[in-house]
Design a protein around this ligand. Structure first.
Ligand SMILES: C[S@@+](CC[C@H](N)C(=O)[O-])C[C@H]1O[C@@H](n2cnc3c(N)ncnc32)[C@H](O)[C@@H]1O
Length: 196
């Protein structure tokens, strides 16, 4: 495995640790969970339910064997998140890392509303130069889905989240050695207090 790929996996693992540990939540859902990098940071005493959602059955199967010990606390769901008719579970925290590029912001916010989260944490890749799939450990999945690639920029993400009632609470950039940057943006559901 190329060094850049290993480094990116380590970075994503560390970001997932912080995403999972930052908020006082009981349930979480990971959109585009792939093989489950970072799921070892779930605290089985604190987190009651973890949903891992992905279109790719192979990834879900490897995630299942890797995290067998989580038993029924981990529920893996095979879903195409481009399909507006799917049902999705409720979760207090929704994590969407390196995933929004596949479904775009309109569908993302549409699906998010079904899950009623209090917090949403997303990582997008800031492109400087070559396309973001080139050094990815998930190359095969990207190959078959290239036609649905959506460019996501951080302001457009915040605008879309504001529209569905979320405010930006955290923004952190991580530099990768290959001149790419990962940007984590976290959102909190606005308090309805004061509304009629
Ligand atoms: C780049 S990987 C991200 C993996 C992981 N979140 C991470 O950051 O390490 C994108 C994942 O999204 C999944 N995916 C792509 N399009 C999807 C769709 N329409 N519905 C559900 N999952 C999808 C792919 O199968 C792949 O596992």
């Amino acid at each position: 495995m190329k060094l850049d790929t290993v480094y990116q996996l380590q970075c994503m693992n560390e970001i997932m640790r912080k995403q999972i540990q930052t908020y006082d939540i009981d349930s979480l859902a990971i959109l585009g969970v792939a093989g489950g990098n970072g799921l070892e940071h779930v605290d089985l005493k604190k987190h009651n339910k973890v949903y891992g959602i992905d279109i790719n059955m192979e990834y879900l199967n490897s995630c299942k064997s890797r995290y067998y010990g989580m038993q029924d606390k981990l529920m893996l769901l095979s879903r195409n998140l481009l399909d507006l008719s799917i049902d999705l579970p409720k979760a207090e925290l929704v994590i969407a890392n390196l995933f929004l590029e596949y479904i775009g912001l309109d569908i993302f916010t549409f699906q998010l509303k079904k899950m009623s989260p209090a917090y949403v944490s997303a990582v997008i890749q800031v492109n400087d130069g070559e396309g973001f799939v080139s050094e990815s450990p998930y190359h095969n999945a990207f190959d078959c889905l290239e036609s649905v690639y959506h460019e996501i920029n951080s302001k457009a993400l915040t605008d879309a989240m504001n529209e569905i009632g979320f405010e930006l609470i955290l923004e952190i950039e991580t530099e990768l050695p290959n001149e790419k940057k990962l940007k984590r943006q976290d959102y909190k559901k606005r308090n309805k207090a004061g509304a009629d």
